[in-house]
Design a protein around this ligand. Sequence first.
Ligand code: UD1
Ligand code: CA
Length: 458
Amino acid sequence: MVAIILAAGKGTRMKSNLPKALHPICGKPMTRYVIDACRASGVEECIVVVGHGAEEVRAALGEDVKYAVQKEQKGTGDACRAALELLPGYEGSVMVLAGDVPLLDPEVLKELAKEQASSGMAATMLTTILPEGGGHYGRVIRGADDTVEKIVEAKDATPSELAVNEINAAIYCFNLPLLRKYIDELTPANAQGEYYLTDVIGLMVADGHKVGAVITEDPNIVLGVNNRVDLSYLTGIVRRRIIERLMLSGVTVTDPSTTYVDDDVEIGMDTVIQPMTVLEKGCKIGKNCTIGPSARISGTVVEDGATVLLSNIVDSTVGEGCKIGPFAHIRPGCTLGKKVKLGNFVEAKNAELEDAVSVGHLSYIGDARVGEHTNIGAGTITCNYDGYKKHHTEIGKNVFVGSHNTMVAPVKVGDGSLTAAGSVITRDVPADALAIARSEEIIKIGWAKRRREQKDTE
Ligand code: UD1
Ligand code: CA
C-alpha cells in the first residue's frame, strides 16, 4: 500500500510563519503523526506533498518518505495530482490523507484499506458523525442506496446539506487508475476557486462508479487542525493519551492535568511524576525515580532512582540515585555520575561530575570536571570565562573545596587536596595539599568596644 499525505498548504488560519505541517503536538510535528500512523497500519511507501515552506518541512519530517512538490497551492485535488506523478504505472490502491489530521488510529486505516480491497469500489472514504453539527468540514451526501453520492464543502453547501452531520475526514482509499482518470476532470468552479479532491468522489459516482465509507465512532481520531484553538484541543487529547500509556506501563502520574510529556519520552516502572512537570525532547527517565513537583527536563537521560525537585535540566545525563534540586539548573553538556547531589541554586554547564560529587548550595560549575567523592562548598564559582574565551577547571577526586571558593580557570586542583574557605584559586593545587588563598585575619583586641564607648559619648 502507498499513501499520499497532503501537506503543501500554508495553513493560513494558523497565522504563523511555521508551515502548518510542522506545528508540534507534544513535541512531534503534526504531519509526522500522520506518517507514523500510516507506517503502523502497514503502509510501505509514503509520499508527502509539500509546497509552502517545502525545504523546512522536508528537513523536519525526515528522509524516510518521498516528497512531491505542489508549486502553487491550488487545492487538495491539485496537491494529490502532484503526488500521482511519482506513481507512473502503479495500478493498485492508494491511500490519501490530510497532513493536518494527526490523531489517526492505524487500526482504522487498516479497516479502510481492507474495505476498499473487498468491496471493489472506486473509493472508500473515512467519515464520522458529529452530533453537534459538521462545522467547517465537508458534508457526506448519500444517495438512495446509501452509498456516497458526493462531498460538499461547508462553504458550497445548501442549508439542507449543511444540516448533514456525517463529515468527510479527508482520508480515502482510492482505486488508483480511477483516481488518475477523475482527478484530471476537476475544475475550480466552487466557493474557494480550488481543485477539490473531494469532487473526485462526485465525478466517480456521476460516471456510474460506487463509493463506500467506513464510519468511525471516535470523532477524535479524524479531527483536523486548522487554527491554534484546534491545535490546543488536539494537544490535550494526545497529552492524555501519552500519560495514560505511561500510567498503564507502571508510572505513577500524581496529577495528569498538570503533567506534560512529549511523545518520544520514555519512563521506567515505579517512577513517580509529581505535579507541574514537563518532560521534553526524548528524555529517558529510569525506574524508581521521583520527578517533580515542578521539574522541566529536556533531552536528558535520568537513570534509575534519581530525584529531581523544582529544577530545570537540559541535554544532559543524570546518573543513578542523583539528588537534584530544589532549584538546580543543569544546562547542556553535563554528565553526572551516580549519587551526585546538586542542591539549591546550583547551576552546572558542560561539566562532568563523577560519582558521589556533592555541590550542595549556591554554586556555578561550568566547563569543568570534578572527580568522585569531591565536596564543593557553598557559593563556589568556576570562573570559566575571561571575556574572550572559555577555560576549563579540573578538580580531582576526594577534594574538599571550602565554601565560597573562586576557581579562576584554567586551573587544576589535585586529588585529595583541600582548599580553604574563601579562597581565590589561580594556581594549580598539587594532590593532597592545602591551598589557602585569602588575606590573613587581623585581630584588634577591644577595638569594637572602644568604638562603641566613643560613639556613645559623642
Ligand atoms: C478538507 C476537505 C474537507 C474535510 C476536511 C477534513 C477538501 C476540499 N476538503 O478541508 O472535505 O472535511 O479536509 O479535515 O479537500 N493542501 C495542499 N495543497 C493545497 C491545499 C491543501 O497540500 O493546495 C493540504 C493542506 O496542507 C492540508 C490538507 O491538504 O494538510 C487539507 O487542506 P485544508 O485546506 O486544511 O482543507 P480543509 O478546508 O480542512
Ligand atoms: Ca484542514
